[in-house]
Design a protein around this ligand. Structure first.
Ligand SMILES: [Zn+2]
Length: 257
């Protein structure tokens, strides 16, 4: 068996409407292999197809985390619950989701819920445990629906994922870690302002000072501007290694050493 490691596989890097609906980029979320614990984050449209393509086995998942109920994050959550529970034949797995994903115009179908071992409702200041991985949702983001970013702590690494949000002043103060992943939908700040733009991401990276930052969840303006060139420029400007995620990219957190 290989050495114990923490690995993130990007099942998609698309954010917002057009890049998702036209599938210029995939939108399957991310698969986290944290030691022996496998977690799926934000299974957007195409997640099932992406997992099959990359030979990932949903019946091995411990948990599915939904940062918020928007379709580009939740599109495949029901089929992924079905896959995790082997069609409901095994009562297993945990789903973490904000209350409004469960209660109000729910994105998680009622008939699937008894298949799960537990459903945990995400809250601001929440802290949760999945095997030897701890998970925190420090603050409610500024986004049209209830949305949380995440801080993961494994026995080996701490990393944060700043999911969809409008920029606000102390946002960076809530997150920490050697690795920072940020959803950057827009190239420039401006309407619609419910998402982070590149200059805002830069400010956050400079404040948190991770060893490595990964940009993902790209809207049209980011995609057109060649995300890898933007990341290179940000690396030069901040002195922090910034990477633009690519569909299918596997990031081994051992690189943080
Ligand atoms: Zn959103």
């Amino acid at each position: 068996m290989a050495e114990i490691s923490d690995m993130i596989t990007f099942l998609g890097t698309a954010g917002a409407r057009f890049v998702v609906t036209r599938q210029f980029l995939a939108s399957g979320g991310a698969w986290l292999n944290l030691g022996s614990t496998q977690i799926l984050l934000d299974p957007g449209p195409g997640c099932l197809v992406q997992t099959a393509k990359r030979k990932l086995d949903p019946s091995k998942l411990e948990a599915i985390i939904l940062s918020h109920r928007h379709l580009d994050h939740s599109g495949d959550i029901n089929i992924m619950i079905e896959a995790m529970t082997e069609g409901g034949t095994k009562k297993r797995g945990i789903v973490f989701a904000p209350a409004d994903a469960m209660n109000q115009d729910p994105v998680i179908l009622s008939y699937l819920r008894p298949y799960l071992r537990t459903i945990e409702i995400l809250k601001a200041g929440g802290s949760y445990v999945i095997n030897d991985v701890s998970l925190r949702t420090p603050i409610k983001h500024k986004h049209p629906v209830e949305t949380y970013g995440l801080i993961f702590q494994t026995p080996r690494h701490t990393f944060s994922w700043i999911t969809d949000t409008r920029y606000f002043d102390d946002l960076a103060n809530y997150y920490e870690g050697d690795l920072l992943i940020i959803n950057v939908v827009r190239l420039d700040p401006g309407a619609p302002i419910d998402h982070l733009s590149l200059p805002e991401a830069k400010r956050i990276i400079e404040k948190i000072k991770p060893k490595i930052a990964i940009l993902t969840h790209f809207g049209m303006t980011m995609w057109r501007a060649k995300t890898w060139e933007l990341a290179e420029r940000l690396t030069e400007e901040t002195g922090i290694s910034v990477i633009a995620a690519r569909d299918g990219m596997r990031f081994d957190l051992a690189r943080l050493k």
